[in-house]
Design a protein around this ligand. Sequence first.
Ligand SMILES: [Zn+2]
Ligand SMILES: [Zn+2]
Length: 181
Amino acid sequence: MEALKIRVEPVNVETGLVHRLVDELRTIFTVEVITGKGLSPGRVLSFYDDEREQVRADLLMEDLSRILPPVTLLLIDSDAYVEGLNFVFGIAKPGWGGAVFLTRLKPEFYGFSSDDEVLSARLLKESIHELGHALGLEHCKTPRCVMRFSNSIMEVDSKTHRFCFRCAHSLQLRYPGVLRT
Ligand SMILES: [Zn+2]
Ligand SMILES: [Zn+2]
């Protein structure tokens, strides 16, 4: 098997935020983490629903999974949804990668002033969550585990960016040595 590599692909996301995330991912995973050239916003815009002002996340990911290799993590400064849900913070495709959408991770979305620390911490949690799915993990009920499903920003804030013992173990069984311990 080719060595696992995580490629972060930002779309309209501030460079400082991306670099910080990449540095943090390197403290969690042992695999190489690289930053892609960044995708053209046009490719994303073709999946934008003007009435909802949201990207149709699942169709976008289907499209991009045909042109980008595993493991890809898309970071998109937009709001998003999938059929049947009002919104998603992120989405993943096991064996390929995932996407995190930034709009609802920003404090200003909830009427607070913008805060890079808060945004960065939320982005890290949701990125690791989607990467966990990409690497085969499912949702976890352990309250502080990063693989816990978050349906609101309070739930994002109340979990940590860490895998619980069970999720970490399951990941290490699939990809030995993938996590720094
Ligand atoms: Zn999930
Ligand atoms: Zn867990």
